[in-house]
Design a protein around this ligand. Structure first.
Ligand SMILES: [Zn+2]
Length: 116
């Protein structure tokens, strides 16, 4: 998942990717503090794991949207229009479901803090 922090020098938001899905895993992977270099000003930031936050991955949502559209187009070519009408709702809920699952992952991460 993608995690974000603000640079202590230029205050810009930076991100880094990790396999961790919660702060405990992040702590295991990176230790108590994350050392990351700001992509804007080059300052090395030391951030406690509690001070990084997750956001829903818009790229995954986009993939969900594109997939939904693609499936619709393909199905429109091979099945009767009336059948498509009935399953279109399911297909178009794909981006929504992707968004929901992304939001859920991010909020779960943000809710749980490491205790010192
Ligand atoms: Zn910076």
């Amino acid at each position: 998942m993608k995690l974000y922090y603000y640079c202590s020098s230029c205050q810009k938001e930076n991100s880094f990717t990790t396999k961790a899905t919660n702060r405990f895993e992040l702590q295991e992977e990176r230790g108590n503090e994350i050392n990351e270099r700001c992509t804007y000003c080059g300052t090395v930031n030391k951030r406690h794991v509690n001070r990084v936050h997750a956001k829903a991955n818009t790229f995954n949502m986009l993939i969900g949207g594109v997939l939904g559209l693609l499936v619709t187009v393909i199905l429109a070519l091979i099945i009767p229009k009336i059948a498509l009408f009935f399953i279109a709702g399911t297909i178009f809920s794909l981006p929504y479901l992707a968004w929901r699952s992304e939001e859920k992952k991010a909020s779960t991460f943000n809710r749980v803090l490491i205790e010192d």
